[in-house]
Design a protein around this ligand. Structure first.
Ligand SMILES: CC(C)(COP(=O)(O)OP(=O)(O)OC[C@H]1O[C@@H](n2cnc3c(N)ncnc32)[C@H](O)[C@@H]1OP(=O)(O)O)[C@@H](O)C(=O)NCCC(=O)NCCS
Length: 389
């Protein structure tokens, strides 16, 4: 009989990390790795499945925040370390963990990154945002003009101290962005120390520091140098443009690679837009609306006639119901529904990355008034998180 327990002490956390890492086919954390991982555990936020005294499955959430369309920032649980021991898979262990986690999450919304695309829809997560991998031919890349500010390189200790402060100061402004927790920065530092050549540069403009990026360079046998940007945060267009100038003008670099929002206008920076190539589009944000009425009220809506949407949620039936969505807001109603949608797919349309019409055309939902629903949920900017966890 599988039972689910909330973990609260360090020994349990370490067993949790080991079970998760084993599920991912990695070894247990070394003592050194454990010191880095430990700050990302908070009492009450790690769950484990047990068979007798043996831990066989894991999940965890981090306390974070999330920007929704319109710019409001809501409390958010970032879900991670989901794994089931290989000798216990396909027996409902993840299902038991997800049920317990969803019914006890303190926040109205959760997001995760999925190892595989077929796992999380059944638990009410929808694919809500995607990124694209972009490779830039640095040898041919010309951004006209000069830097407007100054870019300076940081030593590791200074970067460790400054980056969390600068990230906080830049703030959360774009839909899909999330707040970073203390343990996130510890992991980022760990990844950087694995890559000895990881570099952080900070941009400063007239108002002081206003952006940073972290990158590392690898070279293959043909001496082709690829610069991979791992973190890129900016407060304004000048910081964004100057940091792009910096990475594309570095000596020896042949290619620059980065994961970006689908609609980030990077091609427009260059004299020749063909130096920018999208090599892959991949799902980034899987979104679970835990408190549907609260999350529907949290975002803003476009201009269209109101639409009544009926939401179905097998795991959290308090969300079941009909919601009248209009440019002025959302209310629960008894009126007949125009569209019926499972909660996972409401998650998929929430950020506007996909539309009701697309889901109807592909036979995932049925309904009328699809064009009005599309217009209500339309967004000026594609969602992008940019914080991997
Ligand atoms: C993914 C994982 C957590 C699933 O755990 P599990 O205990 O086997 O899942 P369950 O038995 O509760 O499965 C529930 C349902 O999801 C399906 N499912 C589970 N994992 C799936 C997968 N990887 N692909 C497709 N379907 C999957 C099951 O077939 C089952 O379907 P059913 O209800 O129609 O029978 C586990 O296989 C695992 O640890 N994988 C390796 C690590 C990993 O990928 N973790 C996720 C990180 S984001």
């Amino acid at each position: 009989m599988t039972d689910i327990r909330v973990l609260n002490d360090e020994a349990q956390f370490r067993a949790h990390a080991t079970v998760f890492r084993r599920a991912m086919h990695w070894g247990p954390p070394t003592d050194e790795q454990w010191q880095v991982v430990l700050p990302s555990y908070e009492p009450g936020r790690a769950l484990a499945a047990f068979e007798g005294d043996e831990m066989i499955g894991t999940t965890q959430s981090y306390a974070s925040s999330l920007v929704v369309p319109g710019g409001a920032v809501v409390p958010h649980s970032a879900i991670s370390r989901v794994g089931v021991r290989a000798d216990y898979t396909r027996r409902g262990v993840l299902t038991a963990l997800m049920r317990e986690q969803l019914s006890t999450l303190p926040d109205p919304v959760a997001t995760l990154r999925a190892s595989e695309g077929r796992i999380y829809g059944r638990f009410g997560y929808g694919m809500a945002g995607r990124w694209r991998t972009v490779v830039i031919d640095a040898k041919r890349a010309v951004i006209p003009g000069d830097l407007t500010g100054r870019v300076r390189m940081l030593d590791q200790d200074t970067a460790d101290k400054l980056l969390p402060e600068l990230h906080e100061a830049v703030g959360l402004t774009k839909p899909g962005q999330i707040g970073r927790w203390a343990g996130w920065w510890a992991r980022a530092r760990d990844r950087k120390s694995d890559a000895e050549n990881s570099v952080t540069v900070v941009h400063s403009g007239p108002g002081g520091d206003d952006g940073f990026l972290t990158y590392k360079v690898s070279e293959n046998r043909e001496f082709v140098h690829k610069l991979s940007i791992e973190d890129f945060v900016w407060a304004n267009d000048d910081a964004w443009r100057d940091l792009w100038i910096y990475v594309t003008r570095l000596d020896l670099i042949d290619k620059v690679e980065i994961e970006l929002a689908l609609d980030e206008p990077v091609s427009w920076l260059f004299e020749d837009p063909r130096v920018v190539n999208t090599t892959e589009v991949f799902d980034e944000i899987w979104l679970r609306l835990v408190d549907v009425p609260r999350m529907l009220q949290a975002r803003t809506y476009g201009t269209a006639d109101p639409v009544v949407i009926e939401v179905r949620d097998k795991l959290l039936p308090a969300n079941d119901g009909r919601y009248r969505v209009s440019p002025d807001g959302v209310e629960r109603v008894e009126a007949e529904a125009d569209i019926t949608i499972p909660v996972a797919l409401l998650g998929a349309v929430y950020f506007g990355d996909t539309t009701f019409s697309q889901l109807a055309a592909t036979k995932w939902i049925e309904g009328t008034r699809l064009a009005d629903a599309d217009a209500l949920f339309a967004v000026p900017q594609k969602p992008f998180c940019g914080t991997f966890f």
